[in-house]
Design a protein around this ligand. Structure first.
Ligand SMILES: *[C@@H]1O[C@H](CO)[C@@H](O)[C@H](O)[C@H]1NC(C)=O
Ligand SMILES: *[C@@H]1O[C@H](CO)[C@@H](O)[C@H](O)[C@H]1NC(C)=O
Ligand SMILES: *[C@@H]1O[C@H](CO)[C@@H](O)[C@H](O)[C@H]1NC(C)=O
Length: 415
């Protein structure tokens, strides 16, 4: 105990003196995509920063500098990139639909953000629609909000109305996570109402109201199951929740059975069967697979097959985080990755791709180790390990300082 305390006291002043110096950091290293409405414009703070304050610069992914374009694009003194609202005739793909990155530089070195996809979305006319439906008393009815494919990515259902009154999901009314309206145990009086969806544009904030659709309700008649809603494929991040819809009409009411990769569903509290579909919470990579939903009544059956892909986001850890050592030392940087495999690693020093030479080598099965032998003062700087897999990118960096030795034996390495 005494010894530990002594060592801590002894080592603290030294570590302190070094750490008070300069540092670089990321304000937001998950920022990789910015979509904005052309009528609103966008303000993007540089995701990288430094202390004491760093010089922040924006570039295009091609390496080209960003220049100010009056009333179109401006980089503020605080490193914030601003793209102003613009009319369709002023659209310039180099400015409004391109990959950018930002760098932060101070005496510790220079780091760069991952590429950030910046994309403008135009205001375009569109309407949303709901089709009339038929159902049997006691059965289920499904209304879908039909959004044109050109804007599907940005427009989502925010609510449903029954006779212009917002529907609160309860009793027989359900709103699925994909914006569908389900009515269970359909009653004759459901035919007296009109049903509309209300949507909102994610970037312009505009809302739209659909036409009013009607439901015609008939008396139950024996019939085989017919699918009303299902899914083909879903890609979701680990840890999130997914709802896989599967619902059918038919009389008697069909029973629903789920099969994953040829087996019944695992008995796990993360899996819940609801009228709106199969809900899986806290998703894990092993939940990926082929799902079959089978609906059966006494007159027959129907089934749909869909695939679920759970992606584990890439995470990168570079060690050591910070290293101050004598000139002539051997420096080893290890880039550890977690998440889905099949990535490509790239190394940067002060935002330039590391070139292998007499001093520097890149080793390991996937280039995960950077080795500097007999390191020179010029090898000081910020080293970054970037890992890319499909559209995912993750990075971590390390500040290396090489200084003249005072008491050490030439050629030996120090921690
Ligand atoms: C970081 O960026 C992500 C992706 O754009 C965003 O969702 C998140 O709110 C940002 N976080 C901060 C602290 O700005
Ligand atoms: C940077 O400056 C601009 C313009 O003055 C301002 O709108 C923005 O909020 C500032 N951003 C930060 C991160 O301070
Ligand atoms: C390692 O890096 C070299 C170039 O530096 C590249 O040619 C090679 O494909 C990389 N290997 C892997 C597994 O990424």
């Amino acid at each position: 105990m005494w010894l530990v305390t002594f060592l801590l006291l002894y080592s603290l002043p030294k570590a302190h003196a070094e750490d008070v110096g300069t540092s670089l950091y990321f304000v937001n290293d998950s920022l990789q995509q910015v979509t904005f409405s052309s009528t609103v414009g966008v303000v993007i703070p540089c995701p990288a920063a430094g202390s004491p304050s760093a010089v922040l610069r924006w570039y295009l992914a091609t390496g080209d500098d960003i220049y100010d374009v009056p009333h179109i694009r401006h980089v503020h003194a605080n490193g914030t990139l601003q793209l102003y609202p613009f009319s369709p005739s002023a659209f310039n793909s180099f400015i409004h639909d391109n990959d950018y990155f930002c760098t932060a530089e101070n005496s510790a070195g220079k780091i760069r953000s991952p590429n950030i996809r910046v994309k403008a979305v135009f205001r375009e006319p569109y309407t949303v629609r709901v089709e009339d439906q038929r159902s049997m008393r006691g059965n289920v009815a499904v209304f879908k909000c039909l959004i044109p494919s050109s804007v599907q990515e940005y427009v989502s259902v925010i609510s449903w109305e029954k006779d212009t009154v917002s529907i609160i999901p309860e009793n027989r009314f359900f709103i699925t996570s994909y914006g569908g309206l389900y009515i269970s145990d359909v009653q004759k009086e459901d035919a007296l109402s009109t049903y509309r969806c209300i949507t909102k544009h994610k970037y312009s904030g505009e809302t739209r109201q659909s036409n009013g659709a009607r439901l015609s309700v008939s008396d139950p008649a024996e019939s085989i199951p017919t699918m009303l809603d299902s899914f083909q494929s879903r890609e979701v991040k680990a840890g999130r929740l997914v709802e896989l819809p599967c619902i059918a009409s038919g009389y008697p009411n069909p029973a629903v059975r789920w099969i994953k990769d040829g087996r019944p569903l695992p008995a796990d509290s993360r899996w819940t069967k609801r009228i709106t579909g199969l809900t899986i919470s806290d998703l894990r990579v092993e939940d990926s697979g082929t799902y079959i939903c089978e609906v059966t009544n006494t007159f027959g059956s129907a089934e749909v097959t869909g695939t679920l892909t759970v992606i584990d986001p890439l995470r990168v850890t570079l060690t050591p985080k910070k290293l101050k050592t004598g000139i002539g030392s051997t420096v080893i940087l290890s880039c550890a990755l977690s998440g889905s495999p099949e990535y490509v690693i790239r190394w940067y020093r002060n935002t330039d791709l590391v070139a292998v030479d007499d001093y520097i080598s890149i080793r390991g099965i996937s280039n995960e180790t950077l080795l500097i032998t007999a390191a020179q003062k010029s090898h000081s700087g910020a080293y970054q390990c970037f890992a890319t897999r499909k559209s995912q990118t993750a990075q971590d960096f390390s500040i290396i300082t090489l200084e003249a030795r005072r008491w050490s034996t030439p050629g030996s390495s120090s921690p």
